[in-house]
Design a protein around this ligand. Sequence first.
Ligand SMILES: C[S@@+](CC[C@H](N)C(=O)[O-])C[C@H]1O[C@@H](n2cnc3c(N)ncnc32)[C@H](O)[C@@H]1O
Length: 336
Amino acid sequence: MGGEIKMKKNNKILKLNGGYIYQGDSYDLIKNPTFLRKYEGKIDLVITSPPFALNNQKSYGNHKGNNKPNASDEEGHEYIEWFSNYAEPLTKLLTDKGSIVIELGNSWNKGEPTMSLTTYEALKRFKEKGKLKLCQEFVWNNTAKLPGPAQWVTKKRWRAKDSFTKIWWFSKTAFPKADNRKVLKPYSKAMNKLLKRQMYNAGRRSSGHKISAESFLNRNKGSIPSNVFNNKDFYYDQLPSVIDLSNTYTTKYGKYCKIKGLKTHDARMPPHIVSFFIDFLTDEGDKVLDPFAGSNTTGYVSSLKKRKWVSLELRREYIKGSLGWFKKDKYFENKI
Ligand SMILES: C[S@@+](CC[C@H](N)C(=O)[O-])C[C@H]1O[C@@H](n2cnc3c(N)ncnc32)[C@H](O)[C@@H]1O
């Protein structure tokens, strides 16, 4: 990886191998005529994790237009408005068979142990405003997530840990570009045994499904992935330069931030999830956009996967840290 890094005088755009990082408010950027001239109808995949509808301010960003980042049922309207306003301009950027993939966590009401539907309402408005199809919903069961909301989970002990986020896949058409054969998982031990034995327990299941003796006995290249991600499943995609996701400082990004004294982004998407959707929904040479790029996981994984990419991020310090992904490994020798 690596490559030349060109920084414009005003620091607004960074050009890296295979992609660009723009600094600024992504809503303004995607509506900008120059940006549109370059990217309208050309983006094959938008993949992003926007600021969530949180009821406590997080250091990784807040959305414009909401001074109280408060997303209770009563106060979430501004969030819904802000978030859903992205639908039309993002859809405009998509190719006809392109997809938009959005990761969003749960939102809780302020001051009480109850959940708010703000996230769902925001997604519903987003779908309506963009005239989009909801292709599928995915769940990331993040077993490494800290117990929260802390007040109700660890202090009062009134609620269970909130440990998943959802990933929503939208598109302009019901038939976007997609191929699950590009994201097959290795067979489980049990399935390998079954394939060896070549015998299947045939008959009618309680679900009503009729299974023949030959069902599932063809050895393909792997098993079809499910729409639930568990951290332990992430091995099925090869990302050689992402070593250990549970330890920030074993990644190139983390090492770079440490050397440069930069704070690492604390809400990064796992590269394996980004990689899954890139493989599933795009081909080599396609264009991937992340309007809330943070540490630029999207740009980095896109470049590993030989996709072109465009990343937008409001905060300069995150952009600075994200350069670490693109440094040659040699850069790190003798530095840690
Ligand atoms: C949840 S984080 C994304 C993390 C990213 N997926 C990663 O892997 O590092 C959301 C990011 O959106 C940025 N952000 C918030 N509002 C924005 C805006 N209006 N325009 C561009 N970026 C924004 C925040 O600074 C933050 O870095």
